[in-house]
Design a protein around this ligand. Sequence first.
Ligand code: NI
Length: 186
Amino acid sequence: MTVRRILTIDNAADLAVLKQVSTPVEGGVTDDLRLLMDDMLETMYAAPGIGLAAVQVGEAKQIIVMDLGDREGADEGDDEGAARDRRNPRFFINPEIVWASEDLASYEEGCLSVPEIYDDVERPAQVKIRYLNYAGDAVEEDAGGLYAVCIQHEMDHLKGVLFIDHLSRLKRERAIKSVKKAARAA
Ligand code: NI
């Protein structure tokens, strides 16, 4: 498994890729795709992060990896380190949201492509999703809590949308400026 470079918004070429709309996977889940998903998972763990879309490593395909440990229903302030030790990797190919609740929930999101920026985003509190898993089986599942937040955030990536696109223009511009400044300083 290889840790790949994660594209970030301070780089114009990276940003152009991150803005791409990812294409659905055709022909089922192949070993080549599993290799990509293994790399994505390794890349996500190394970052570390809890979710990663393929476009974030430069492959504009509808693939997401995620590992929430056992923090799914966890409250803020729970021991994150301990939760991280319990790995629970998830893989999503061609995910779709088939239902979203009317009630919304707000969560302070971050993104490996927008380093060190965190802000509240409001999204449907519960969703029902449909996708192919690592084995290529079709799965339908209800997601709530952090799982709902994370899958919606990652599915935004497949449409070329970043979480900062949900913020006010002022906050978004401030975030972009701050990421660029940090990248220059590094
Ligand atoms: Ni992200």
